[in-house]
Design a protein around this ligand. Structure first.
Ligand code: ATR
Length: 277
């Protein structure tokens, strides 16, 4: 029996049990995937108890990604680059960690907007949290020459620039509309646009006609930002694809099976988002 799960605090909102549970069933794997509420002060102890709990591994969500990274004995390059982990597993008796957020975002972007990297234009990222870090790393790995960060709190953006080097430039949050005029891709990594937060206020009218707008928010599936981008004829890339691809990578680590992202997406769109084909 393969046991896995997701830790976070709070954890009720996580969609991962639904996704992994569906894949376990679909591939007839004798296993379980649970939501596990872990308090911040208990993360290190939890990480040390995976074997005892009979778990093959687990996903890690907010606010534990840095603590999980610190607790692992073997840190894979994807986690080292970001300084945070979202996937842990036991291998050879040791606790390994990786970060599949970068893979999740870049895979979905490449699928929906394969032409995004055809120009040598800069890209722009709104926000400077953990997701921003993972996405900055993805663009730098893909060879982008300039990654612009716009964040309400400039000091957090400055930290990211110091971490990643001179290709990352900090720009004024208030000047975001003017700062996206020449970019190939704009990514929202802030929590603005989620069902319960306020909308993201950014004027897209200056963007290039071949620009791509991505949002990591996945509730709602079509955020106000994506709706406005699509209305202008820009390609919109939603946050659900990133969630599914990062999950598929974790699933493969634990079970050795490749998961069908497209089928999972169709099921979620129908049953969770209520979108009818
Ligand atoms: P994650 O790790 O998921 O990226 P996070 O670390 O909480 O989450 O980061 C949330 C991001 O949303 C931050 O960039 C935050 O900006 P600050 O660094 O200034 O806090 C941004 N954010 C949240 N609420 C915002 C708001 N009302 N206006 C602008 N930015 C906001």
């Amino acid at each position: 029996m393969k046991k896995a799960g997701v830790i976070g605090w709070p954890i009720e909102h996580s969609r991962s049990p639904l996704i992994h549970g569906h894949w376990l069933k679909r591939y007839a794997i004798d296993g379980s995937y649970e939501r596990i509420a872990v308090r911040p002060e208990e993360v290190a102890a939890f990480c040390g108890s995976l074997a005892e709990r009979g778990m093959a591994g687990c996903n890690v969500t907010l606010p534990h990604k840095e603590a999980a990274f610190a607790a692992a004995a073997v840190r894979h390059p994807s986690a080292v680059a970001v300084g945070a982990a979202n996937t842990m597993w036991l291998e050879g008796g040791k606790l390994h960690c990786a970060n599949s957020d970068t893979y999740g975002f870049m895979t979905h972007l490449g699928n929906i907007a394969p032409g995004w990297s055809r120009t040598d234009a800069p890209v722009a990222i709104l926000g400077a949290g953990g997701s921003s870090r993972a996405i900055i790393y993805g663009f730098l790995e893909a060879g982008v020459g300039e990654v612009r960060i716009f964040n309400r709190t400039a000091a957090r953006a400055e930290e990211l620039a110091a971490h990643f080097g001179t290709r990352v430039k900090v720009r004024d949050w208030r000047a975001r509309a003017a700062g996206i005029a020449d970019v190939s891709v704009l990514v929202n990594t802030t929590s603005l646009g989620m069902a319960k937060t306020g909308p993201l206020d950014i004027d897209l009218s200056g963007m290039r006609a071949d620009g791509v707008v991505a949002d990591i928010v996945y509730v709602p599936l079509e955020t106000d930002l994506l709706r406005r981008a699509r209305a202008r004829g820009l390609v919109g890339v939603d946050g659900l694809g990133m969630l599914l691809h990062q999950g598929a990578r974790a699933f493969q680590i634990w079970t050795g099976r490749e998961a069908d992202v497209a089928a999972m997406r169709a099921a979620l769109e129908q049953y969770v988002y209520g979108k009818h084909a």
